[in-house]
Design a protein around this ligand. Structure first.
Ligand code: BGC
Length: 759
């Protein structure tokens, strides 16, 4: 009782302190805004890029002049501390009210210490590591002047054709929400004014991952109930974790582009969820509303500000039209004031008014970036993000003796280890698979390497530049070889080896923004190489480097072992070697489903049942003539070098009432030879409800480390929040009745029990 009182008093004291701080901030911003002209207020809403890095056709000019006249609120994707210091100098010394600028950047999976791409990171199922990666990214980026990152991207994606599936946490709303929280916490820390924390920006609000046909920037059409249950949770979780800003998405939501959608940006985000940060558009998203058919630049800019958009990225629609709209009575001064206030508040929260140079530290940039500690973390996280998809006859782990032939166009390619959005990556410090095997293997291992094939013979893909991914300089030794010569070399090299490591997949440029694909299998030259390697009959390990789920039916049938290594970042090569040699026993689990073929897409585990579930013996059931319904690898799937045996699912009670909690217990035994970690996953199903519910939904998990022979009881809690869903009135509640509880090693292979829960 006494302890509860103390806790309540402490919470009250905290609230009072926050209220006092808010009051101070409001007073500061009031005083400042009283001095600002209309033009300056509109200037705060303008976010140009200095043009180093762009994802659209528009770039901005006359930056210095605009800064001087107070026509810029923030800037993004600038690189050096010196250049940002020069820009900040102009803002705080020469602009009318000396308002500092906010520097942003797409720090997506690390600044210089590049971590695995977000999709890979999610496969760690380790929220502490997810948070740690964001913390390190913030530390490095803030040393280099960046106070604001355009991350986390939490768009749920069920379509592997969409290149940006690489940038998110996969297909599951519950896991996606845990990741969203961890990322925001990692970036923002406990104190946003600290010089090594930065403001997060949850994106892309909303539904961007559901672009039709997996084609980037495409239309989204979705029922409200699906939005609330399946797509909104991670954005909401980021808001609840205190994300300081949100970015609109390019797509329409319920017929209206997100950037001009008042229901989305004001009714839902602010009024329903209580978001109190600022909203920035995506790149030229205001201007793009013209193409969406919403009017001319003046009209769409007015639409955006009235909807609740505060800052205009690159498009200058606000800068060039808001005054006119105000003069014509199409918007109010209040609309501009509200947006301007939110941006000034963000700068205040970051401490920029106290010290505009707080995040520009030549000293820290030299000493705190790419440290040995950060690189070790990158290596550990990369190893933990890899997913072992197959391991027949214990081909893996490899022995640290004999000869290993690394064969494939991704075997010695630094840039392709980094993945998309690696604007500030460091190629020189990036390890490749070849280097990793040499570094980790030691003297008794001989490692050979040949390229073996081109990545693709499709010129449309080969010649499509991607400014978001780094490119390794072409190696002279490999250029101008015919496909026949490359294959001949591959087979000669394979003949000398005890084991082949085929390094195949997709280079960094093939996933990320504007990198959608209709064919997500290995491209022809790589597949032909793999077939030839399989035909040698030698032990063969396929190491996949890529940014999206691929179709691997053939590979799964014919290759002995498959390691999904993703684009694992700066320490990729070393981490892959750690896993291949068994220095780290893989524990990653997929967070997206791997289909047999693109025709099955969208394919995701938490689907609804049909009235005619698949029945092979019954023609008139829901299935394909030419393909299974099931994936090659389901959500949650991932093997280990050891094996785990699950006991039966035990429930603390089979009959519960009201807000009681259920404890689900299962024994897990390590039945193999190696120590290893297992992600024990808990799913629920509400089989009878007022709306049709998914066949399974992840609601909890626990990652446990077990020594060979060790048995552990793993307990996982289920609460009524886990049973709750948005019903057809969009009310979040649970409905009494039976619930199926599943526990297992992935979403397919589970054991179950049933509980009855009364209101
Ligand atoms: C992307 C955003 C990114 C922005 C700024 C856009 O094209 O959709 O995710 O933050 O560019 O670089």
């Amino acid at each position: 009782m006494k302890r509860m009182m103390v806790a309540m008093l402490m919470a009250l004291a905290m609230m009072l302190q926050v209220a006092a701080q808010d009051e101070k901030m409001t007073a500061f911003v009031n005083t400042l805004m009283n001095k600002m002209t209309l033009e300056e207020k509109i200037g705060q809403l303008n976010l140009p890029t200095a043009g180093f890095f762009v994802t659209g056709t528009a770039v901005n000019d006359n930056i210095a002049q605009k800064l001087r006249s107070g026509h810029i609120g923030g800037m993004f994707n600038s690189f050096s501390v010196a250049s940002m210091r020069a820009l900040q100098d102009i803002a705080v010394k020469e602009s009318p009210n000396k308002i500092p600028i906010l520097f942003g950047m797409d720090v997506i999976h690390g600044y210089k210490t590049i971590f695995p791409i977000p999709l890979a990171l999610s496969c760690t199922w380790d929220m502490e590591l997810v948070e740690k990666s964001a913390r390190i990214a913030a530390n490095e980026a803030t040393a280099n002047g960046i106070a604001w990152t355009f991350s986390p991207m939490v768009d749920i994606a069920r379509d592997a054709r969409w290149g940006r599936i690489a940038e998110g946490g996969g297909e599951d709303p519950w896991l996606g929400s845990q990741i969203a929280k961890a990322m925001v916490k990692g970036y923002q820390g406990d104190d946003l004014t600290a010089s090594n924390t930065m403001m997060a920006c949850v994106k892309h609000f909303a539904l961007y991952g559901a672009a039709e046909a997996g084609r980037d920037y495409n239309t989204v059409d979705m029922s409200r109930i699906t939005m609330y249950n399946d797509y909104f949770p991670p954005y909401k979780a980021a808001v609840e974790a205190g994300a300081g800003s949100a970015m609109t998405s390019f797509n329409v939501v319920d017929g209206i582009p997100a950037t001009g959608n008042r229901w989305l940006l004001t009714d839902l985000l602010r009024n329903e969820w209580g978001f109190d940060g600022f909203v920035v558009t995506d790149y030229t998203a205001i201007n793009e509303m013209i193409m969406h058919g919403m009017g001319n630049l003046q009209e769409v800019s007015a639409l955006a500000i009235k909807a609740g958009t505060d800052m205009d990225m690159v498009g200058e629609g606000f800068l060039t039209t808001l005054k006119k709209s105000l003069d014509e009575g199409k918007i109010s001064l209040q609309d501009i004031d509200v947006a301007c206030r939110r941006i000034l508040e963000a700068k205040y929260k970051l401490g920029l008014f106290d010290d505009p140079y707080r995040y520009l530290s030549e000293e820290r940039a030299k000493t705190e970036v790419l440290t040995a500690e950060n690189l070790n973390a990158a290596r550990e996280i990369a190893a933990r993000s890899m997913v072992l998809l197959k391991n027949d006859k214990q081909v893996l782990p490899l022995k640290k003796t004999g000869t290993i032939a690394v064969i494939g166009p991704l075997g010695d390619s630094k840039a392709d280890m980094l993945g998309t959005w690696t604007l500030s990556g460091d190629l020189a410090k990036t390890s490749t698979i070849l280097q990793g095997l040499q570094n980790v293997g030691g003297k008794a291992v001989k490692v050979l390497y040949v390229k073996g094939s081109e990545l693709t013979d499709n010129p449309a893909i080969a010649n499509s530049p991607n400014p978001l991914a780094m490119v390794s300089p072409a190696k002279k030794s490999e250029s101008n070889k015919s496909p026949e010569d490359l294959l001949k070399e591959a087979l000669e090299t394979a003949a000398k080896a005890d084991v082949i490591v085929a390094a195949l997949g997709e280079p960094s440029a093939w996933s990320g923004e504007a990198a959608s694909m209709t064919d997500i299998s290995l491209q022809r030259p790589q597949r032909e190489l793999l077939e030839a390697l399989v035909a040698t009959g030698k032990p063969l390990v396929l190491v996949l480097i890529n940014g999206r789920p691929m179709t691997l039916s053939w590979e799964n049938q014919h290759v002995h072992a498959i390691l999904e290594a993703w684009a694992g970042g700066i320490e990729s090569g070393n981490a892959i070697a750690d896993v291949l040699f068994g220095d780290y026993n893989p524990s990653g689990k997929l967070t997206t489903t791997f289909p047999h073929n693109v025709g099955q897409i969208p394919l995701y585990y938490n689907h609804k049942n049909t009235g005619r579930p698949m029945d092979a013996k019954n023609k008139f059931t829901s299935k394909y003539l030419d393909s299974p319904n099931d994936p090659v690898y389901p959500f949650g799937f991932g093997l280990s070098y050891t094996t785990f045996e699950y006991g039966e699912v035990k429930l603390s009670k089979t009959q519960l009432k009201g807000n009681e909690k259920l404890m689900v217990t299962v024994t897990v035994k390590n039945t193999g030879k190696y120590a290893g970690e297992e992600v024990v996953q808990l799913y629920i199903q509400d089989p009878v409800a007022s709306v049709s519910r998914p066949v399974k939904e992840l609601k909890n998990f626990s990652k446990v480390m077990l020594q060979p022979g060790e048995t552990r009881e793993v307990s996982l809690e289920v609460t009524t929040t886990d049973l709750s869903f948005y019903n057809s009135n969009l009310q979040f509640d649970w409905e009494a009745g039976d619930f199926n509880i599943f526990v297992g090693t992935n979403s397919r292979d589970v054991k179950s029990a049933t509980v009855n829960w009364a209101k």
